[in-house]
Design a protein around this ligand. Structure first.
Ligand SMILES: [Ca+2]
Ligand SMILES: [Ca+2]
Length: 216
């Protein structure tokens, strides 16, 4: 009897270990991150987010502000779904943030669309809490922007913000096709060419300096 009990316990322990390993492998294979998740962020090689999961489960997205971003099938650049900023009022913001840990210099790009008061409400993109670009206006299509990120921990934040008066269009911003991978000069040249052509035709303008940024 005692031998049988020991045998059963051994099987239970082995089953537990097997399932634990299987879970780890599945997670890495599905998500693409390599290396352990640390308190300062996650290691991604590469990151590819097109929101086709229908939620924010693929990567550790963080939400903040007066209203949260949500997945929508109203418009998309890749596939059938994208994310749109939360419904906010004057002097409010809706933030979508992700922390990344990069082992080497990497290329980041993302597709965006805004439908809002040109120059005064819009989407601000921050790298490590420093504003790097902004987009606003009632855009007729999707635009593309890109950056080269140095190795290390970085916080990437997309913030839809509104000034104190007036609204236009759908009063929101959308994101789709967020990508981080190895940086090469060839990829940057290719992206520069695509971005130039796309952005020329979509009626996007930057936010006016000093109107919105001062408030946040
Ligand atoms: Ca998509
Ligand atoms: Ca406004």
């Amino acid at each position: 009897m005692k031998t049988i009990n020991v045998f059963l316990i051994a099987i239970l322990i082995l089953s537990f270990l097997f399932l634990s390993c299987k879970g780890d492998k599945g997670e890495k294979g599905d998500m693409g991150p390599v290396g352990p998740a640390g308190p300062a962020g996650h290691t991604f090689t590469p990151l590819w987010e097109d929101f086709e999961t229908g939620d924010f489960s693929k990567y550790p997205w963080q939400h903040s502000g007066s209203a949260y971003w949500s997945v929508t099938s109203a418009t998309a650049f890749f596939g059938t779904q994208s994310v749109r900023s939360g419904t906010i009022s004057h002097n409010q913001k809706s933030d979508l943030t992700i922390a990344v840990n990069l082992s080497k210099a990497s290329l980041l790009y993302y597709y965006y669309k805004t439908s809002c008061e040109s120059g005064y409400d819009g989407l601000i993109f921050y790298i490590d809490n420093i504003q790097r670009t902004s987009h606003s206006g009632v855009m007729s299509g999707w635009g593309l922007t890109y950056f080269v990120l140095p190795p290390g921990n970085h916080t990437l934040k997309w913030s839809y913000v509104k000034d104190g008066t007036n609204s236009a269009g759908s009063d929101c911003a959308w994101l789709d096709g967020i990508y981080i991978s190895d940086y090469t000069t060839a990829k940057v040249s290719e992206l520069a060419s695509i971005a130039e052509q796309l952005n020329k035709s979509v009626n996007c303008v930057p936010l006016k300096l000093g109107t919105v940024e001062k408030k946040y």
